[in-house]
Design a protein around this ligand. Structure first.
Ligand code: C2E
Ligand code: MG
Ligand code: MG
Length: 264
């Protein structure tokens, strides 16, 4: 029995086209990292998150929302993720030489598929060694989807990297499946409150309650907490009152190419 659905066919072929385009873009050097500040309560920059952009020769700047999921559904996320880690480490090495930049950390998003590779730990260790980047300044952002399968493997990998000095944040926290017992076992340094809760934190009592629970949870597990997507002074004041210590969002700076980062 066969089904023919023109819409599905179009979707499948546009996906194949996109995959081919991503592959080409990698060899042509069309990917670039933008950086968004992560600040403390005094609005002092403590680090950045590296956010991937595709500088498409015809379509201009393309955001990861338009291509990351396709890359994640194929093995393309592996070379792409490796490129991101390499570019971030190279940036850390450059920053290590500057008085204004040497304290900055870089947070890199790691997709679950990438993290699940048996070689992931060895690859990161080799990259740190080859580039000379300070592992203490590298943070890996993982999502809760990682915890759906084989938590033991995740814990072991994280511990191995943690032993090298690499730190971990749990991204988009509150949107996934975290079980509190797993959370306690993971060697995390930060939770990132998902921006969907921050957006309406002043309007929706449920979102405010979730933000408060995440901050309290982080405090009792002795983890740092970063609020994502902070856009207004009001949100900032509210989050500071909850006890949140780190902030990221348009209020402090959009993701920009490295030479446009404002560092003081
Ligand atoms: P994320 O890691 O949760 O990154 C935060 C997203 O929120 C970024 O979107 C950022 O531009 C956006 N954002 C920051 N501040 C604000 C704000 O104040 N308001 C609003 N409305 N949005 C804000 P972006 O750069 O489009 O990235 C989207 C997602 O793509 C990221 O979410 C991350 O999951 C993924 N991604 C980005 N770069 C990479 C990468 O190198 N590798 C992998 N695997 N995924 C990546
Ligand atoms: Mg992230
Ligand atoms: Mg996030």
């Amino acid at each position: 029995l066969r089904f023919y659905d023109p819409e599905m066919q179009a979707l499948a072929s546009s996906r194949a086209q996109l995959e081919a385009d991503i592959r080409k873009a990698l060899t042509r050097g069309e990917f670039v990292l933008y950086y968004q500040p992560i600040v403390d309560e005094n609005r002092k920059i403590t680090g950045v998150e590296a956010l991937l952009r595709w500088l498409h020769p015809q379509r201009g700047v393309i955001s990861p929302g338009d291509f990351i999921s396709v890359a994640e559904q194929s093995d393309l996320i592996l070379p792409l993720g490796a490129w991101v880690l390499e570019a971030a480490c190279a940036q850390l090495v450059k920053w290590a030489a500057g008085a204004k930049t040497q304290e900055l950390s870089i947070a890199v998003n790691v997709s679950t598929r990438q993290f699940r590779q048996p070689e992931f730990v060895d690859d990161v260790a080799a990259l740190l060694k080859a580039t000379g980047a300070n592992p203490q300044k590298l943070k890996l952002e993982l999502t809760e989807s990682l915890l759906v399968h084989d938590v033991e493997d995740a814990v072991r990998k994280m511990q191995e990297l943690r032993a090298l000095g690499v730190r971990f944040s749990l991204d988009d926290f509150g949107t996934g499946y975290s079980s509190l017992s797993y959370l306690k076992r993971l060697p995390l340094s930060h939770l990132k409150i998902d921006q969907t809760f921050v957006r309406d934190v002043l309007l929706d009592p449920n979102d405010a309650a979730i933000a408060r629970i995440i901050v309290n949870l982080a405090q009792s597990l002795d983890l740092g907490v970063v609020a994502e997507g902070v856009e207004t002074e009001g949100q900032l004041v509210f989050l500071v009152r909850l006890g949140c210590k780190f902030f990221q969002g348009y209020l402090f700076g959009r993701p920009v190419p490295v030479d446009q980062l404002i560092l003081d």
